[in-house]
Design a binder for this molecule. Structure first.
Ligand code: GUN
Length: 310
C-alpha cells in the first residue's frame, strides 16, 4: 500500500498542479488535546487515576517561562493534574537534585520535566540522570534514549515525537525517502534522525544528519525529499536548497523584538517560508507548526504513563 501511495504522491509532485499542503500544527494539536480529554473522562469513569504532570523551572528565562506556563495550561485543558515548581536562578545543583528526589518519591506525580536550558552552574547531564526514568516524560534519561534507539516502548522527546505525529496524521509518505535533518541536538536533531530511520511508519527514510561541520550542505539538501531544519538560524533554508515537491519541517523558533506585537516579539523559523513554500508538497509554518505539536506530544507522553510498564 505504501508503494502505491508514494507513487501517487510522486506523480502529484511531478505535475505540481496541486497546491502544497501546510501542516497545521495548531489545529492538529487542538484535536490531540480533545482526544486526550476524552481519554481522561474514560479514566475517570473507570475510577482510575488521572495523570499528573509536574514541571521544574529554574531561573527567569522568558522563553522557558512561557513554554512552561503553556504546558500547565495544556494540562488544565485535557484534565491532567499539574504542578509547577519555580526555583530561583541561584538554586544550587544540590537543591535541584533534592527537588528532583522529592518528585521521584511523590506517588501522586506520574511524570515530570525539568525545563531546559538550566543555569550554567548546574550540570545538565547530572540532573537528567537523577530523573526517575519511569517519570521521565521528556525521554531525556539515557535509559529512555536507549529504549527509543532500540524502538522499545518508552517516552519519546516531545519535539521529534510531535513531528512524527504530524507526518502520521497528514499521511506524509516517508518510506524510502531521503531525509536531511539539520542540527544534531540531543533534544531534536539526534532523536529525529533515529526515529525517521526506524523500520515503521513514519520512518524507513534514508537519513542524513547534518551539522555545523557538514560539507556541501546546500547540495545535500537539494537531494532531500524531507528536510527537518532544527539549527536555530532564522531563514537558513532558502528556496535554492529545496527540491521541487519536498516536505519541509521547520523547528526554528528564534525570538525577534517586534514592538507591534503584544508580546513584544515575533517568532522566526529556520526556513524562508515565503520563498520555499511554493516548491513544497508539505511545509510547516512558524508559528503554528512544530511548536504546538511539541506541547501536544508532551501531553501524549503524560497519558502514556497509564500504559507503559516499568
Ligand atoms: N527546552 C526546549 N525544549 C525542551 C523540551 O522539550 N523539554 C524540556 N524539558 N526543556 C526544553
Amino acid at each position: 500500500w505504501w508503494k502505491k501511495r508514494n507513487d501517487e504522491y510522486d506523480a502529484r509532485n511531478a505535475l505540481r498542479n496541486e497546491p502544497m499542503v501546510v501542516l497545521d500544527g495548531k489545529e492538529t494539536s487542538a484535536k490531540i488535546r480533545q482526544e486526550l480529554a476524552l481519554k481522561v473522562k474514560e479514566l475517570k469513569a473507570q475510577g482510575r487515576k488521572v495523570p499528573h504532570l509536574a514541571a521544574i523551572l529554574v531561573g527567569e528565562d522568558g522563553a522557558s517561562r512561557t513554554y512552561v506556563n503553556a504546558k500547565v495550561r495544556d494540562c488544565e485543558e485535557v484534565g491532567f493534574g499539574s504542578t509547577l515548581i519555580k526555583l530561583p536562578a541561584e538554586t544550587t545543583e544540590a537543591e535541584l537534585l533534592k527537588a528532583i528526589g522529592k518528585l521521584n518519591h511523590d506517588e501522586d506525580i506520574d511524570g515530570y520535566i525539568v525545563q531546559l536550558p538550566l543555569p550554567k552552574h548546574i550540570d545538565e547531564t547530572k540532573i537528567l540522570l537523577a530523573v526517575d526514568p519511569r517519570k521521565d516524560v521528556d525521554g531525556f534519561h539515557p535509559q529512555n534514549v536507549g529504549k527509543m534507539t532500540l524502538n522499545l516502548p518508552t517516552y519519546i522527546p516531545a519535539t521529534p515525537q510531535g513531528i512524527v505525529e504530524l507526518l502520521r496524521r497528514y499521511e506524509v509518505p516517508t518510506e524510502g525517502k531521503n531525509c536531511v535533518v539539520i542540527g544534531r541536538s540531543n533534544i531534536v536533531g539526534s532523536p529525529m534522525s533515529i526515529l525517521l530511520s526506524q523500520h515503521n511508519y513514519p520512518g524507513n527514510c534514508t537519513v542524513t544528519l547534518c551539522h555545523s561541520r557538514t560539507r556541501d550542505l546546500e547540495e545535500i539538501c537539494r537531494n532531500a525529499d524531507i528536510i527537518v531544519a532544527a539549527l536555530g538560524r532564522p531563514g537558513f533554508v532558502t528556496a535554492d536548497m529545496v527540491k521541487e515537491g519536498a516536505c519541509v519541517i521547520d523547528v526554528g523558533i528564534t525570538r525577534i523584538d517586534d514592538s507591534s506585537k503584544k508580546s513584544g516579539f515575533r517568532l522566526l523559523g529556520d526556513v524562508d517560508f515565503d520563498a520555499v513554500a511554493p516548491k513544497c508538497s508539505f511545509i510547516t509554518p512558524v508559528p503554528g507548526g512544530v511548536g504546538p505539536m511539541t506541547r501536544a506530544a508532551l501531553m501524549m507522553n503524560t497519558m502514556k504513563v497509564t500504559e507503559l510498564e516499568d
